[in-house]
Design a protein around this ligand. Structure first.
Ligand code: ADP
Length: 655
């Protein structure tokens, strides 16, 4: 049958190069990856069989086999699972589906040196391609369960691969690795040694629920390089001649589901390996969470918080959710019904005792028991993070840095847990240039007489700190939270309070800072100023009525002449823009222009208005002051061309 040659997709080629040149130092993990894929393939076949979707498939003895040949220096990893069709081989093995790959490769290139690159590879995980860390050539032979013909795929990982259709492939997938000769003499990397294989399986794959068997080679192994010749394990077992391989097939793993074992029986390392199997991440998780529910609806959950955010966390189509098992039988990946979208980075396993094996995603979404589990799991994750804050502050800092933006989405979508989410949130603050603050810490630092939690939203920390709205707060040393994530714009509008303290934008409504006495003194002074400026304020309000709803005196400015603020319950311009971007038309709310009564420009404006109310320069100045206030907060002038003209005329007169 004709052999076709294909080129690897660009990203795949780049990754393969890194594997060939062993950018990752722990080569042993290739076996974990192949076993993980094999285990998934067996899960899928069992599931199809359960649903009667796999006519003609043999599900009598599902297992994974390792077959080493020290003389030929080959290792074969075989499963009799779902297999792949020819098209699937080309699509799945020749390309990389992960949507974050391009960004990841860019980062890798920038990382340059070995240690950083290794860390990145670890975060990404490479699956099947990791076999090129140990093999100079890989031959994959596969047949989709129920189909007649199989497919052989071969490559040395250098740019191209060949695909050919074959008639006599056994069901499932076998992967024959022709091991790199340079590893032959190296005890640590001899992947034909039964001792070595036993050790790797124990360390990385013990919990795999399918038997992983080490099988002996038939006597005439030398020269029989063909993969997938269905060497029947049991029958050829009496021959113990082939190197150090055992005469009987030996099952290497205990197959015990970790979540079903008692807590003190399982080590952290074992949990971490399960995490890596589920998540395709090569680095350890930040936190392991166990949950055991007894009673009428029994289930066990083993959840993991990763130590870094995946590349595609914010992309459409990100696969969220945990794995669902029913009484140790794998039912589905990415079960969304069990985890809210704002905890979509959580990985893990939920094993329920009383669900039908035939349950579908649609049914799950409606199921009351599932909804209860969902609530319980979300609460458990949040309480774990809460505990982490006090017990492991550094771990918490990593958590928030990686996932804070996602978690804050829950402030909008999960009203029931809003307080819990606020409780585990941190925000950048004027109190500290580097470290974010929790709300509890903020409340503890609040000044005498301060009633609200103050914040300002904006594009960047710098833009916010330079905003005129901050002046009085800076002057008085009142702490302000600096909120720069788009989602902040929205949640601050809906979250009423934390610990009884309302959230208040420093760019909204009136400001009254200070102690009771200070506030009273300020009120008296303001009363006086209001009389003094009454004329000019009324006149400007009228003059600028197309753009602002009111012109008033400000108590938040110390340096700038003017600023624009939103009314207490109006949406800010940024929020309006956000809604528009989401396709929601909302009317633009007119804002309020505030003047600083102590600023010379403002006092001069007042004086001129008293003396020559009809001076045309006065009207222009009013317009300019409004536009300067817009510019100061990063907004556009109402009419940029006109603003430039007025401004340059004025400047010209000063020369
Ligand atoms: P990942 O496992 O992270 O998806 P891999 O490169 O390891 O990435 O594998 C790509 C895909 O190839 C898998 O998602 C699976 O669909 C398919 N595949 C790999 N190994 C096997 C196997 N032993 N049996 C069936 N399909 C497999």
């Amino acid at each position: 049958m004709a052999t076709e040659t294909f080129e690897f997709q660009v990203e795949a080629r780049q990754l393969l190069q890194m594997m060939i040149h062993s950018i990752y130092s722990n080569k042993d993990v290739f076996l974990r990856e192949l076993i993980s894929n094999a285990s998934d393939a067996l899960d899928k076949l069992r599931l199809e069989a359960l649903r009667d979707d796999a006519p003609g498939a043999d599900v009598s003895d599902l297992h994974i086999a390792l077959e080493a040949d020290p003389r030929a220096r080959t290792l074969t990893v075989r499963d009799n699972g779902i297999g792949m069709s020819r098209d699937e081989v080309v699509e799945l093995i020749g390309t990389i589906a992960n949507s974050g790959t391009a960004a990841f490769l860019r980062e890798l290139k920038e990382a340059g040196d070995g240690a950083a690159a290794e860390g990145l590879i670890g975060q990404f995980g490479v699956g099947f391609y990791s076999s090129f860390m140990v093999a100079e050539e890989v031959t994959l032979l596969t047949r989709r369960a129920g189909e007649k013909q199989g497919t052989r795929w071969t490559s040395s990982g250098e740019g191209t691969y060949t695909v050919e259709t074959v008639d006599d492939a056994p069901q499932g997938t076998s992967i024959l690795l022709r091991l790199k000769p340079e590893d032959a003499e190296d005890q640590l990397h001899d992947y034909t040694s039964p001792w070595k294989l036993r050790e790797i399986v124990k360390r990385y794959s013990d919990f795999i629920t399918w038997p992983i068997r080490m099988v002996p080679r038939p006597a005439d192994s030398a020269g029989a390089g063909e993969t997938g010749e269905a060497a029947d394990d049991a029958e050829t077992a009496e021959d113990g001649e082939s190197g150090a391989a055992p005469a009987e097939p030996e099952t290497l793993n205990s197959m015990k589901a970790l979540w079903a074992r008692s807590r003190d029986e399982v080590t952290d390392d074992e949990y971490h390996e399960l995490y890596k199997h589920i998540s395709h991440d090569w680095s350890d998780p930040l936190e392991t969470i166990r949950l055991q529910a007894e009673g009428t609806f029994e289930y066990q959950a083993l959840l993991f918080i990763p130590s870094h955010a995946p590349q595609d966390l914010f992309l459409q189509g990100y696969k969220r959710g945990v794995q669902l098992y029913v009484k140790r039988v794998f039912i589905m990946d990415d079960c969304e019904a069990l985890m809210p979208p704002y905890l979509r980075f959580v990985k893990g396993v939920v094993d329920a005792a009383d669900l039908s094996l035939n349950v579908s995603r649609e049914i799950l979404q409606q199921d009351r028991q599932i909804q209860l589990m969902h609530r319980r799991l979300a609460k458990k994750v949040l309480s774990t993070v809460k505990d982490m804050m006090s017990a492991h502050p550094e771990r918490y800092a990593t958590f928030w840095h990686e996932f804070g933006r996602v978690v804050k989405e829950g402030l909008l979508s999960d009203a029931e847990n809003r307080d819990a989410i606020l409780g585990v949130s941190s925000f950048a603050t004027t109190h500290d240039a580097e470290q974010p603050t929790t709300l509890a810490q903020y409340v503890e630092r609040m000044k005498e007489g301060q009633e609200h939690i103050y914040y300002l939203t904006g594009e960047s920390r710098q833009a916010i700190e330079n905003s005129p709205h901050m002046e009085a707060f800076r002057d008085r040393g009142v702490e302000v939270l600096l909120l720069t994530d788009p989602v902040d714009e929205v949640w601050v509008d809906t979250a009423p309070a934390f610990d009884g303290k309302e959230f208040r934008s420093v760019a909204k409504g009136d400001v009254d800072l200070g102690t009771k006495e200070e506030k009273e003194a300020a009120d008296t002074e303001r009363e006086k100023q209001r009389e003094e400026f009454a004329g000019v304020l009324a006149w400007m309000t009228e003059r600028l009525s197309d753009h602002v709803k009111e012109v008033r005196l400000s108590s938040r400015l110390t340096v700038s002449p003017a600023c624009v603020v939103s009314d207490t319950y109006d949406a800010t311009p940024a929020l309006e823009n956000l809604y528009r971007a989401m396709g929601q038309e909302i009317p633009r709310a007119k804002r309020i222009l505030e003047l600083n009564p102590k600023h010379p420009l403002v006092t001069a404006l007042n004086r001129t208005h008293g003396e020559r109310p009809d001076d045309p320069a006065l009207a222009e100045t009013a317009e300019l002051v409004h536009n300067l206030a817009l510019l100061a907060e990063g907004s556009e002038p109402t009419d940029p061309a006109r603003f430039v003209k007025l401004m340059s005329d004025r400047l010209e007169r000063t020369l």
